[in-house]
Write a protein that binds this ligand. Structure first.
Ligand SMILES: [Zn+2]
Length: 322
């Protein structure tokens, strides 16, 4: 079965201005890379629709959705915080980002594709139930997890977030539940936005033990990531035995990223991607949907996305018995 790709020029219509790091050029660079490498011919483009508002309401408050609508309709430059820049098209683009992620998840579940990468913007993992944060409007990955749990009657979904920033929104949306395991590696919150994701944040109530935060010290490189993957990330995933793996694929832990201070190489991203995809082959018939989060130095970004998609393409074909 093929690897699916959610990509479309519409995702470049979320205009954030010339000085904003989360800019349309990120996806232009990925698109150029896809053609230069020939990867565009190796993947299947996943068609998508604008998400139905009922799915947004599973993870966000109605008042928050109204604020996004109002800001975009009246030309207000941002929602809630100046980081969360919007233009008039942003509400529609963000709804299409979620729509693309849900369609990718659906196609994986129905066996049309093996796995998928969603090259969408705006990103989502900082978005909380009732407010925007960072550069995020709707929490794409959280809504996708909820969609899978609801529509396909799954009970164990793992989200691995290797963005350089802690996925605070995703954590908070699921921290009191055991049907979503959230694992995040990120730069030490003492030095990095959003200032959460300490190792003692491990979930609450019924969700205790289903949040795993792994702060990485400034300068952490491939070797440091290999160590925490082998000691913490991969063993916890094997213990949990997810039925579906979602990846918050932020590539801003790359050396030279504009916002991060870690030192993951392209080879490092390839290794991490391969390890996660192998786990999916072991426990969930290879079901993976990976969703773009950060990554702000476009050359590093396009190289990392290339090896990430290659890892998805080279996933072993799952056996019938899974
Ligand atoms: Zn980030």
């Amino acid at each position: 079965m093929p690897t699916g790709l959610v990509h479309d020029p519409v995702y470049q219509r979320h205009a954030t201005g010339p000085r904003h790091p989360e800019r349309p050029e990120r996806l232009e660079a990925i698109d150029t890379m896809l053609h230069e490498t020939g990867l565009i011919d190796a993947v299947v483009t996943v068609p998508f629709h604008t998400v139905d508002e009922s799915w947004l309401l599973k993870m966000h408050d109605r008042n928050y959705l109204h604020r996004i609508h109002a800001a975009c309709s009246y030309g207000v430059p941002f929602v809630d915080v100046p980081d969360s820049v919007v233009c008039r098209a942003s509400e529609l683009v963000a709804k299409q980002a979620v729509g693309g992620c849900l369609e990718a998840a659906k196609q994986v579940m129905t066996g049309q594709i093996n796995n998928a990468f969603c090259a969408v913007r705006p990103p989502g993992h900082h978005a909380e139930r009732d407010r925007s944060m960072g550069f995020c409007l709707y929490n794409n990955i959280a809504i996708t997890a909820e969609y899978l749990l609801t529509e396909y009657d799954l009970s164990r979904i793992a989200i691995v977030d290797f963005d350089v920033h802690h996925g605070n929104g995703t954590q908070h949306l699921f921290e009191d539940r055991s049907d979503v395991l959230f694992i995040s590696t990120h730069e030490d919150p003492n030095h990095q936005f959003p200032g959460t994701g300490f190792s003692d944040e491990q979930g609450v109530g019924a969700g205790k033990g289903y949040t795993l935060n792994i702060p990485m010290s400034v300068g952490s490189d491939d070797e440091a990531f290999e160590k925490v993957f082998n000691k913490k990330v991969l063993p916890r995933l094997r213990e949990y035995q997810p039925q579906f793996l979602l990846i918050s694929a932020g590539f801003d832990a790359a050396t030279n990223d504009l916002l991060g201070h870690l030192c993951v190489s392209t080879q490092g991203f390839a290794w991490m991607s391969q390890q996660l995809i192998q786990i999916a082959g072991e426990f969930c018939q290879g079901r993976v949907v990976s969703i773009l989060e950060g990554g702000y130095e476009v050359n590093s970004l396009k190289q990392a996305v290339a090896v990430h998609i290659e890892a998805l393409l080279h996933a072993s074909v799952p056996s019938v018995n899974g």
